[in-house]
Design a protein around this ligand. Structure first.
Ligand code: NAD
Length: 246
């Protein structure tokens, strides 16, 4: 897909990887709905894109609510008259599974798994209804491909999203919507700094360093532009660059 003049929705677009994705799409001439729970962060990203001559609008959205997700996707049509790309990217870091917070792991599941299914479902339904080709990219993680002893629920949500995405490969032939996933290793964002804190140096040594959010955004652009990719699971790592998991 040629990104110029497309309309895209990026959830979690107000920070980190989502911010880099929104900026990369806008830099290629795409129109972006920056959807985020954090109004200050999301508005700042939309303003920065507008300030550099791009097209973007902020839309407040809590991906845990179906109506919010549907409204964020509808905002692309309202503002730009079309819907081409949906990046289900909003996510939260690891949980304290055996701690006192009984609800923490469920929040991880709600945001990292259930909301990505919901975002995919609503996007595909709308693209199908419009009869136009589309691309959905779900932000998974290398933690969905290899075990994460410190964050088992996080790892499970990401593994689930990978399998969900692979299972939708046939939609490309059926209705022209390609659903792909992207799996970064540790990336320099507030999420990883909050969750890993002092462990970050140790983790960097394990995986060979830390990615920049722009490295992940470059993977997103490749997944959108390569029309052969459907149900694909792209890995983005410091050691291996970009490649695809089988
Ligand atoms: N940073 C990493 O090392 C890393 C590695 C692999 C995968 N990921 C994944 O990348 C995605 C983005 O993470 P990031 O590192 O950029 O984190 P981040 O904290 O920088 O950004 C996450 C964004 O999601 C938003 N968000 C959180 N809950 C939301 C909700 N309920 N509704 C709407 N927006 C919500 C936050 O406000 C924030 O703007 C996540 O899915 C994460 O699991 C991150």
């Amino acid at each position: 897909m040629d990104i110029r003049d497309t309309a895209a929705v990026v959830t979690g677009g107000g920070s980190g990887i989502g911010r880099a994705m929104a900026e990369a799409l806008a830099a290629r001439g795409g129109c972006v709905v920056v959807a985020d729970l954090d109004a200050a962060g999301g508005q700042a990203v939309a303003d920065a894109i507008l300030g550099s001559g791009g097209r973007a609008v902020f839309h407040r959205c809590d991906v845990r609510h179906t109506e919010d997700v549907a409204n964020a996707i509808a905002a692309a049509v309202e503002h730009y008259g079309r819907l081409d790309i949906v990046c289900n990217n909003a996510g939260v870091g690891g949980e304290d599974l055996f701690g006192d917070d009984d609800a923490g792991w469920k929040r991880t599941v709600d945001i990292n798994f259930t909301a990505m299914i919901e975002g995919t479902r609503i996007a595909v339904r709308e693209m199908r209804r419009r009869g136009t080709p589309g691309v959905v990219v779900n932000t998974a993680s290398m933690g969905g491909l290899v075990p994460m002893p410190g964050s088992p629920v996080y790892a499970a949500t990401k593994a689930g999203i990978i399998h969900f995405t692979r299972s939708l490969a046939g939609l490309a032939e059926e209705c022209g919507v390609r659903v792909n996933a992207i799996c970064p290793t540790y990336t320099d964002t507030p999420l990883v700094r909050d969750v890993e804190g002092d462990r970050i140096e140790e983790l960097k040594a394990q995986v060979g360093g830390i990615l920049a959010p722009e490295d992940v955004a470059a993977g997103l652009i490749e997944l959108i532009e390569d029309d052969t990719r459907a149900g694909a699971v792209m890995r983005v790592t410091v050691r291996g660059g970009r490649d695809f998991a089988r």
